[in-house]
Design a protein around this ligand. Structure first.
Ligand SMILES: *Cc1c(COP(=O)(O)O)cnc(C)c1O
Length: 450
């Protein structure tokens, strides 16, 4: 009989978990304690859900923690990116440069500002924007570069900042995957002009549906306020002269106010966040030390010796090398791991945004042409072969389990599952269905066992 669970053998992973968010489960996230519950209940019992006092305290906590001068809490990460773009002056006819491999909210709201998105390819190892691919994409309309610290990996900020400086561009850091992570000793989100992050429940900093913008630049901060938080857009708050006249109504026509059940939870979570990330780091690094030498697997991890970190290892991936496993597809490889009990393992990452119809031919605003072109003075659309690394990344990556607790036994069970699959790969070649055309997804990273 085969050793592989997929072919009738025993499962390598017997860990069932408690499924509870009280810190007893190796995977459940976020960890919610009585302190979170009390903080949330206080808001609820005071009928203070739509106020701003708790949110303002949370913003102060976030500033103290990140070292930023200003922070603005909003109702989700999408709004944070939208307001950050407006904050940087992105408007009609402008172009923003963004990686194509990211969640859509990194850049899609640029369209609603009358701007367009130009995609640049990613680096095959970091899976973040490749600095070598940026300059060819810059035109006289480029306003900003949106950097995504993708799946917890800090992007090459030194090179990106140098390019931005040379061309007088703003840099927006999308920190939704890497809150609290470091790049050469500096916190992500504080290196560019503005950081914007999702704090929704699936992310590593998880407090419900929420987002945050943080910056040292008063004008960007105030423009973000003007865009979607009318109750704070008033003469007492605003120092930027040209904004004063419009105070009182939101320029974007949006209402971005953060829900105070989330900010209350955020005030508690931020106290324990670094400590919890340390445990995640310890667990993940131990796991990687057990699987790193297996054939077929390549580790994706930044160089800690430079002061960079992998933050909370949000949705971390490893590289898949089919050539070391007789050409076995990543699809089949992951099926075998799931059968062993590694339920969260999946092939691929996000699908490349530039291949989606919204970025090819959808006319959102009735211009009679695809919005992506209508919002610029030239056709910015890529061909399907223009972003080689982005288009091929799905077949050579897979998602790792996200350990929140350093539980040696569970981690070793998972490592044994990987070892077993890698060592017995030949048996999997027989019925390998191969990969589908698109590997990965537009909506991806679920973090609870289904
Ligand atoms: C989740 C996410 C967002 C959007 O955040 P929401 O809170 O879901 O609106 C933006 N950018 C990236 C990279 C994300 O993963």
């Amino acid at each position: 009989m085969s050793q592989l669970a997929l072919l009738g053998g025993p499962k390598a992973i017997t860990y069932e978990g408690t499924g509870k968010h009280d810190g007893s489960d190796v995977f459940a996230w976020p960890i919610v304690t009585k302190e979170d519950e009390d903080a949330v209940l206080e808001v609820l019992r005071n009928g203070n859900m739509s106020g701003t006092d708790v949110t303002k305290e949370f913003e102060k906590d976030y500033c103290a923690w990140s070292g930023s001068k200003y922070a603005l809490g909003v109702h989700n990460g999408t709004a944070a990116l939208h307001a950050a773009m407006y904050g940087c002056g992105v408007g009609r006819g402008d172009e923003v440069i963004c990686p194509s491999i990211t969640y859509w909210a990194s850049c899609t709201s640029a369209l609603s500002l009358g701007a367009t998105v130009v995609f640049a390819d990613i680096d095959p190892y970091t899976l973040c924007l490749d600095p070598k691919k940026i300059e060819a994409k810059i035109t006289d309309r480029t306003k900003a570069i949106i950097v995504v610290h993708y799946l917890s990996y800090p992007a090459d900020m030194d090179e990106i900042m140098a390019i931005a400086k040379k061309h007088n561009l703003k840099v927006i850091e999308d920190v939704s995957h890497a809150q609290g992570g470091m790049y050469k000793g500096r916190m992500l989100g504080t290196i560019g002009d503005v950081g914007a992050a999702s704090l929704m429940s699936g992310k590593s900093f998880a407090i419900g549906e929420a987002g945050i913008i943080h910056t040292d630049n008063r004008e960007i901060y105030e423009r973000a306020i003007a865009f979607g938080t009318y109750e704070r857009f008033n003469k007492a708050n605003i120092e930027t002269e040209y904004l004063k006249e419009g105070a009182g109504l939101p320029y974007g026509g949006f209402k971005h106010r953060m829900h105070q059940l989330s900010s209350a939870m955020g005030r508690v979570q931020i106290k324990y966040y670094d400590e919890r990330c340390r445990e995640i780091n310890e667990a993940t690094n131990y796991f990687l030390s057990l699987i790193g030498d297996l054939p077929g697997i390549g580790i994706r991890r930044c160089d800690y010796s430079t002061g960079s970190t992998m933050a909370g290892w949000y949705a971390a991936v490893a590289f898949y090398k089919p050539e070391e496993l007789g050409g076995l597809s990543v699809t089949r490889f992951c099926q075998a791991l799931v059968a062993e009990g590694a339920w969260a393992v999946k092939p691929g990452v996000n699908l490349a945004l530039h291949t989606h119809p919204l970025y090819k031919n959808i006319d959102v605003f009735g211009d009679g042409r695809p919005t992506r072109i209508a919002n610029s003075n030239h056709d910015v659309r890529e061909l399907d072969c223009d972003l080689e690394v982005s288009e091929a990344v799905g077949a050579r990556t897979f998602r790792l389990p996200w350990f929140k607790k350093f539980d040696k036994e569970v981690i070793e069970q998972y490592a044994n599952a990987f070892r077993k699959v890698c060592e017995n790969y030949k048996e999997l070649l027989v019925d390998d269905p191969g990969n589908p055309e698109n590997i990965g997804g537009w909506f991806f990273f679920s973090h609870t066992k289904k």
